[in-house]
Design a protein. Structure first.
Length: 173
């Protein structure tokens, strides 16, 4: 949007220059191109700022381990209320996925990351069980807590329910 605004504003300035140098009929073209160009530039500015904030959020949440909304607010110099308002927009836009906002704890939770930790614990428990001689089945049918669909899961994997995308992990209990 900003690129089109700059392009139109440049054409507007060019036509304005032509109107000043002796072609007064170009004044109309200067307004036809220049005014929309300036408007597009003005509209693009807040969107660019928001995009920059969104990028910072994604870096802190996806790339780092920081999940405390108040700390992210300090690092980005944005209010924590604004972050809690904007994060669902990122999720709905598909820019952040597998993220849940816990408003009470003021934290961002990532079930898939937590599921990976469970997976690591299950692998360790399975290895320990094999060393002790316990018989642990390789696969197990799990009823999805989200939609009650049955899914077969191997002991060393975390899968997504094909109906409701809930993360499912093998449970030794």
């Amino acid at each position: 949007m900003q690129t089109w605004g700059i392009l139109l504003a440049c054409f507007g300035a060019l036509y304005l220059l032509m109107a000043i140098t002796g072609e007064p009929e170009m004044l109309v073209a200067a307004f036809v191109f220049g005014v929309p160009g300036v408007i597009l530039i003005a509209l693009a500015r807040p969107k660019r700022k928001r995009a920059k904030r969104y990028k910072q959020y994604m870096i802190f949440i996806s790339g780092g381990d920081e999940r405390n909304i108040d700390i992210i607010a300090q690092m980005t110099k944005v209010s924590s209320e604004q972050i809690m308002e904007e994060l669902p927009q990122l999720v709905m836009a598909g820019l952040l996925y597998d993220v849940q906002i816990n408003r009470e704890k003021r934290r961002i939770e990532r079930p898939a990351t937590d599921a990976r930790k469970v997976e690591q614990k299950l692998k360790a428990a399975h290895t320990e069980g094999v060393q002790r001689g316990d018989a642990i089945p390789r696969h197990k049918t799990i009823s999805c807590p989200g939609c009650s669909a049955n899914t077969v899961v191997a002991f060393d994997e975390v899968v997504e329910c094909k109906y409701c995308t809930t993360q499912l992990a093998y449970n030794l209990v």
